[in-house]
Ligand binder design. Structure first.
Ligand code: SF4
Length: 362
């Protein structure tokens, strides 16, 4: 197939769903890692069309959802110190412990919403008497552009630019989920866009260690159904291997230019995940040679710590232990217009996807 529309073809999707029903004989729990996949499954009504025995568990792959509360408070602290804080739009409504970035902007903070971190370097260049920080959030997918902004600032000699880093990595999170004693996952749909950057080589050891099928999967309806079909086919046959459903975008070795940019400024270090806690070697931190671009060190905000909202069960949802409907606040005190937790804010968040598209039967 050549065109995106072909991956949205209703008849082809229905045919594959029928095949999936025919081959499914036992109950299987499959986790889709990425919030974009969750959104695609819920929005397209695929969850209701799956065999009763196939249960999808929604994974932690939403960058907004996994960014810890204290990082939001750190960005707000920078705004209150008079720093120009730049961010992608999806972070600005996420509640911190007292307010969101948007509310801090309403109180006078200089918050800029950007489409690219390179724009933040230009803002720093044009405002030499101000400090400018980019809120560098996300998985492996956004890391290359954030890394490039630092290299660009270095090349241009821009000293008043730094980044507030909250980059997390998918494979260590999968490992932490699989090690959880409450884990019931039989197979994974790995995140196609992460693998488009990083390749698929990191996943072979996980498949072997946990003897679990993984299928790198895209985001369109046919992609998702095909990824589930390939996973169930392996499970029903008692096999476990890594397969690539998203071969039109994912190469074995990934995007080597992007990986090289990441490796130039970042190294792997421990990271805190919202609702999950610290996972060793689960994120990127700036290398020593680039520490001067680290906003946390530059502004002395490393030690800001705040407890999560006790009513929000985002951590259990992100680990696949509970679903949004299991939260007592879902649709009552917590709605997209008044979110208590990040999964209700982001368009990739499971709670927001269920709120907008689910009919409460899944
Ligand atoms: S519904 Fe709201 S409070 Fe409940 S888990 Fe989702 S974001 Fe948190």
């Amino acid at each position: 197939m050549k065109y995106l529309s072909e991956y949205r073809n209703l008849e082809a999707t229905k045919t594959l769903l029928n095949e999936l029903h025919k081959i499914t004989t036992k109950p299987w729990n499959i986790m889709e890692i990425c919030g974009g996949q969750t959104h695609g499954l819920v929005k397209n009504g695929i969850l209701e069309l799956l065999p009763e025995n196939v249960r999808m568990i929604h994974g932690p792959g939403c960058p907004v959802c996994v960014t810890p509360l204290n990082l939001i408070d750190k960005a707000i602290e920078l705004l209150e110190q008079g720093v120009i804080v730049c961010s992608f739009g999806d972070m600005i409504r996420v509640p911190g412990s007292k307010k969101s970035l948007l509310e801090a902007k309403a109180l006078g903070g200089d918050l800029r919403i950007l489409y690219s971190p390179i724009e933040a370097v230009s803002i720093a260049k044009n405002n030499p008497d101000k400090e400018v920080v980019f809120f560098a959030v996300g998985f492996e997918t956004t890391a290359p552009a954030n890394a490039l902004s630092v290299l660009h600032a270095e090349k241009e000699g821009v000293e008043n630019y730094s980044i507030l880093v909250s980059h997390v990595l998918v494979p260590p999170a999968m490992e932490a989920i699989l090690d959880d004693e409450l884990c019931t996952i039989d197979g994974f749909l790995a995140a196609g866009h992460v693998c488009a950057i990083m390749g698929i080589q990191e996943y072979y050891p996980l498949v072997e260690k946990y003897k679990i099928p993984m299928v790198v999967t895209g985001f369109e309806p046919l992609d998702l159904v095909q990824g589930i079909y390939m996973t169930v086919k392996q499970l029903e046959a008692g096999k476990y291997k890594l397969e690539n459903q998203y071969a039109r975008a994912v190469k074995e070795e990934g995007n080597t230019s992007a990986i090289n940019v990441i490796k130039t400024i970042f190294e792997v270090g421990s990271r805190e995940w919202r609702g999950i806690g610290e996972i060793p070697n689960s994120g990127y931190v700036l290398k020593e040679a680039y520490k001067k671009y680290d906003a946390e060190t530059k502004f002395g905000i490393e030690n800001i710590k705040v407890p999560e909202n006790s009513k929000c069960i985002a951590g259990e949802i992100l680990r696949g232990i509970k679903k949004p409907h299991d939260c007592s606040e879902f649709g009552k005190t917590c709605k997209p217009s008044n979110p208590l937790g990040a999964p209700m804010v982001s368009s990739e968040g499971a709670c927001a996807a269920y709120y907008h598209f689910s009919n409460n039967t899944i």
